[in-house]
Design a protein around this ligand. Structure first.
Ligand code: ZN
Ligand code: ZN
Ligand code: FE
Length: 762
């Protein structure tokens, strides 16, 4: 470009999710559009741009930079300053420079529409290539070893691009200009089918066709994907589904399904607009959908529930397999029961050999274990139930910046941890339950990856109040200069407030199964007046003993027995709850209550749902945490009912709501022959009204107009939606969890938000 008086130079710095999402090639295309010269480069987490040209062209360039940024990028800041004219003749993508700084790592991105079209185009040289990607799509976090994001620092480094791929990489304007993951059938990773004894017997296309044939025959297939292995089987085959459950030791938890398109999903379930958007977004989470009665599916996919989890194919391999199989597949995580998901080839051969009949393997290594994310749409808005693949490792803002780098180690179950520095928090992908050495090893591996990728050396560890949790031991063993403690339900409410950027006091309804309270009892039905730094408990449920302790979470009849013990003479109303329970078992539990031995006191919404399920005869024992509550919600459906008012009284400055009369009434009405469906609806509406009362009383007494809903119970759409509507009708502003789960997956972020605010105030 000729230099003249009208030529100016400008330097731009862009932060956000701008690496690994096609940002530099996009900048290059824009520069060509406006005939600008200069360069673009990645410097750690920042994209630096130097452009030279006419002032109007520079303005237009800067405007479009924001307006047309690639779909999966996210611009947090865009700084611009006059630059020094270098008299450059062309625009180029400079090699990456390394430096310190906050370093966003992109999440894994589902195959884009352009790549999907090429995958099915017989004339394209990547026709049916299972590893097709471009600057806009493909694996990222799971294959990135270090930043800056360049092929040499990913697991694609071992695949030397062929001449044709190299040419695309270097051609400005090509869809694969600077696509670090690009590959083709002649230079890319290989796919193969392997029997459970380790024999490889088919490759690439043949492997896919034979795998589909095995699935049609009822086989269980282990499939290496993006963040680890899936276990797949024919979703319409009852026998295969039962076999998968038996081998995986997963008795009742729902199994997710995979199809190719929203239209295919509509044959299985009702899909509204918001759900269609969630399904087809670049993160491709599992979306909970209301199942159709006429769906061609096996019976045992989601026992007792009305919703099924469906996701769309997100890796090219999924498309190829579904093209061959041509029907919905069960796609559940590749693990035994609650163990971490398997990701390595050798690891799968050992850990999944007793579950899968065959494996569809490939040799593109996975560095980070990442499970599928789960989304539920409530009142038209998506809510993450599990934030993992496609979202992690993106950052969330912290409303009060962390004065020193920190790690919040998270809770006992459904663990995630969160790294934090300055105004940002990086919640980890779903880790799972920290109950054994496998879980612990997974935690440490993910923590090391995060620490290296983001170059954060935490100085503070934040843990839960419970002294006995493994997560507490983890926090202590990190040996950091400072250890802070945050109560579980305070963390729940802080997570929701922080997600919405709220630092003023709120009324928090924290409803879940369990968390240690500061009075030493089990909490889980709490109304708090809280800000990020502190909380005060203002309302709760009446305490009831849980005979058998932890066992009570799996055996709802025990909770019912605990409630019945509060009102001598109410035994008859609760009798349905113990049907089928051995007399000896019942007697031991009664003795535990009478002697207050192994019968901890609980104020827990999760347990109240269990008790309700037991007294109306829905469930006496649970296969997984929250099963009774999920089934009650499914039973209630949208049925209209009249709530039963829950009485309350003031005890030690705390409003105590008494659910015993409600449970007794439900039990008597069930014994009188009322259908369980109706009573499930009555129960929901009664809890909704009690919750709204708790929040309203607290809001009025404290002059607060904002209510935050947190805790696993709010995964229940009827509960969340009902409480929200009542409170909004009373003029209160209601904050609900969206970016993070209502459940314990959000605890670590809440812990970080609290610790940051406390430290900042010191
Ligand atoms: Zn693509
Ligand atoms: Zn190639
Ligand atoms: Fe919780």
């Amino acid at each position: 470009m000729p230099m003249d008086a009208a030529t100016h130079a400008r330097d731009l710095r862009v932060t956000g999710v701008v690496q690994g999402v096609g940002f530099r090639p996009f900048v290059h295309r824009l520069a060509l559009r406006y005939r600008l010269t200069g360069w673009v480069r990645n410097v750690a987490g920042t994209v630096e741009i130097h452009v030279e040209g006419a002032p109007e062209a520079l303005d237009a360039f800067q405007r479009d930079l924001r307006a047309e940024a690639p779909p999966v990028s996210r611009i947090d800041t865009l700084a611009s300053a006059p630059g020094t004219l270098e008299g450059l003749l062309a625009f180029e993508i400079a090699s990456s420079a390394d430096a310190d700084g906050t370093r966003p790592v992109p999440p894994d991105v589902a195959i884009c529409a352009a790549c999907e079209a090429e995958l099915h185009d017989t004339d394209n040289r990547r026709y049916r290539h299972a590893f097709i990607t471009c600057t806009d799509c493909g694996p990222r976090y799971t294959i990135i070893d270090a930043l800056p994001y360049d092929r040499v620092r990913t697991t694609m480094a071992t695949f030397e691009p062929c001449t044709e791929c190299a040419a695309e990489y270097h051609t400005a304007g090509d869809r694969r200009h600077h696509a670090e993951t690009l590959a083709c059938p002649s230079c890319g990773p290989q796919l193969w089918l392997e029997s459970r004894d380790g024999r490889r017997w088919a490759y690439n296309d043949t492997a896919v066709h034979l795998a589909a044939r095995s699935l049609r025959g009822g086989a269980i297939l282990g499939i290496r994907g993006i963040g680890g292995f899936h276990l797949a089987c024919d979703a319409s085959n009852d026998v295969a589904v039962q076999r998968l459950r038996a081998r995986k030791h997963r008795d009742a938890k729902p199994l997710a399904l995979m199809v190719r398109t929203v239209e295919e999903a509509r044959k299985l379930a009702q899909v509204n607009d918001a759900e269609a958007v969630a399904l087809s977004g670049s993160a491709r989470p599992i979306v909970l959908l209301r199942a159709r009665n006429d769906a061609p599916l096996a019976a045992g996919l989601a026992p007792g529930l009305r919703h099924i989890g469906v996701m769309l194919a997100y890796a090219p391999l999924h498309h190829l397999l579904l093209d061959s199989f041509d029907a919905p597949l069960v796609m559940t995580s590749g693990n035994l029961s609650d163990e971490p998901i398997a990701m390595g080839v050798d690891e799968a051969r050992t850990r999944l050999a007793h579950i899968a009949d065959e494996f569809l393997m490939h040799d593109r290594e996975i560095l980070s274990r990442v499970d599928d994310s789960v989304v539920r749409v409530v009142d038209g808005a998506p809510m993450l139930l599990r934030r993992s693949r496609g979202y992690a490792p993106l950052s969330l803002a912290l409303p009060v910046p962390a004065p020193v780098p920190m790690v919040a180690v998270g809770p006992h179950l459904k663990n995630t941890f969160t790294l934090a520095r300055d105004g940002w928090a990086w919640p980890s992908p779903h880790i799972g339950d920290l109950e054994n050495l496998d879980g612990l090893a997974h935690w440490h591996a993910a923590f090391d990856r995060y620490r290296n990728l983001f170059r954060i050396e935490p100085q503070v560890a934040v843990r839960d109040l419970h002294p006995g949790y493994l997560s507490t031991r983890v926090a202590e063993e990190l040996g950091l200069p400072r250890l802070m403690v945050v109560q579980h339900h305070h963390a729940h409410i802080a997570a929701v407030a922080a997600e919405h950027g709220v630092t003023d006091p709120v009324i928090g309804l924290a409803f879940d199964g369990t968390g240690l309270g500061d009075d030493g009892h089990v909490w889980g039905a709490e109304t708090l007046v809280a800000d990020l730094r502190s909380y005060r408990r203002v309302a709760r449920l009446r305490y009831a003993p849980l005979p058998g302790g932890d066992l009570a979470a799996r055996e709802p009849w025990r909770v019912a027995l605990g409630y019945a013990s509060l009102e001598p003479g109410s035994e008859a109303a609760f009798s349905i709850a113990y049907e089928g329970v051995a007399a000896e078992e019942l007697r031991i539990a009664q003795r535990q209550i009478a002697r207050a031995l192994n019968a901890p006191l609980a104020s827990s919404m999760g347990r109240l749902f269990d008790a309700a399920a037991a007294v109306i005869g829905v469930r006496h024992r649970s296969g997984y945490e929250g099963q009774a509550a999920s089934e009650l919600e499914a039973l209630a459906g949208d049925a209209v009912s009249s709530p039963i008012v829950m009485e309350w009284r003031a005890v030690d400055g705390c409003y105590e709501f008494d659910p015993v009369p409600l449970l007794a009434t439900l039990g008597m009405r069930r014994r009188g022959g009322e259908p369980a469906e109706e009573l499930a609806a009555v129960f929901h509406d009664s809890v909704v009204h009690a919750a709204a009362e708790m929040a309203t009383i607290a809001a009025e007494a404290n002059g607060i107009g904002v209510v935050a809903l947190g805790g696993g119970s709010f995964q229940n759409a009827r509960l969340q939606s009902g409480v929200r509507r009542l409170l909004e009708a009373r003029g209160l502003r209601v904050l609900v969890p969206q970016l993070l789960s209502p459940n314990d997956g959000a605890i670590s972020y809440g812990q970080a938000a609290v610790a940051a605010a406390c430290l900042a105030a010191e």
